[in-house]
Write a protein that binds this ligand. Structure first.
Ligand code: GDP
Length: 298
């Protein structure tokens, strides 16, 4: 089972400290709202989302006396309300193989996430094939092979520097022949040359569509939660490069700044399929908006 979310004081834990047994009540006034906004922004929620959350919280409650526990509950409720519509596991289709393209910048946790996903689906009785589509990074290919072994899933590779699209095509072949349920395709994450990357991704898509016009069925963007507000610009960038259908947020175990997820949900509304909560194979958890909101608010 997955590790819990960051066991640090959440946003309001840092603002108010631990709630005392007999809690003082605080007046919900402009000063209080300002400090709330400030901690939300510090937690990477972004100004726009932070203002919306505090405005919703304040509505009809200005001047009321609230305990810290009540404020925490209200805030967690507001966060959960934004997150609920985007909390969705990766949809599974009857289509065989279901092709999942995995994109994201290097270091975001693509390889690790593919390994974890492969393991989860295999445990659920699905037949999985992985394609090591980042053919330019030998280390990434090796790493993926290690994950494939751990997950008990075959990893298709190609010689260093060879065409990722032709590897994807061969992997489609293999997945079809094996009757695989799922084909997970890793891709390069070099953002230094976006034009190249865009063409590379487009070619992979073109080639796999020769075998299945409805593929890829999902394009997962993997984001590193510790990059904070950067995650927002990564979504913008990758949406121009590929038809992103959902997100996986990694490294939520290593940050108290998970607020960027709220900003992402608020701005893009893309489904969050899973969250990474550690480096081990089982450390991929479904995204639970209530748990997340409570952990964030603290
Ligand atoms: P890639 O370059 O996008 O393929 O990224 P990797 O999968 O190689 O991951 C980069 C680093 O992040 C590795 O050291 C991983 O162990 C680590 N990592 C990935 N996901 C998580 C996570 O959810 N939590 C933590 N703590 N580390 C992670």
């Amino acid at each position: 089972s997955a590790a819990p979310l960051a066991e640090k004081p959440g946003i309001l834990g840092r603002l108010f400290g631990r709630a005392e047994p007999a809690e003082p009540r605080r007046v919900l006034d402009d000063a209080m709202l300002e400090s709330l906004e400030e901690v939300l922004i510090q937690a990477d929620m972004g100004v726009e989302t932070a203002l919306r959350v505090t405005a919703n919280l304040a509505e009809g409650r200005m001047g009321r006396k609230l305990s810290v526990t009540e404020i925490k509950g209200l805030l967690a409720g507001e966060v959960a309300r934004i997150m609920e519509p985007v909390a969705r596991p990766l949809p599974l289709y009857a289509k065989k193989p279901q092709v999942v393209l995995v994109v994201g910048v290097n270091g975001s946790g693509k390889t690790t996430t593919i390994g974890k996903l492969a393991s989860q689906f295999r445990a659920a009785g699905k037949k999985v094939v992985i394609a090591a589509g980042d053919t330019f990074r030998a280390a990434a290919v090796e790493q993926l092979q290690v994950w494939g072994t751990r997950a008990g899933v075959p990893v298709m590779t190609a010689p260093e520097g060879s065409d990722p699209a032709s590897l994807a095509f061969d992997a489609m072949d293999r997945a079809e022949r094996d009757g695989a349920d799922l084909l997970l395709i890793d891709t390069a994450g070099r953002l230094q040359n976006r034009q190249d990357l865009m063409e590379e991704l487009a070619k992979i898509v073109r080639v796999i569509r020769k075998k299945d016009a409805s593929a890829p069925h999902n394009t997962l963007l993997v984001l590193d939660a510790t990059t904070g507000q950067n995650a927002l610009s990564q979504v913008e960038t990758f949406r121009k490069l590929a038809d992103v259908s959902g997100l996986v947020m990694t490294k939520l175990d290593g940050t108290a700044k998970g607020g960027v997820l709220v900003a992402l949900a608020d701005r893009f509304g893309l489904p969050i399929h899973a969250i990474g909560v550690g480096e081990q194979i089982d450390d991929l958890a479904p995204f639970d908006p209530q748990d997340f909101a409570r952990a964030l608010v603290g």
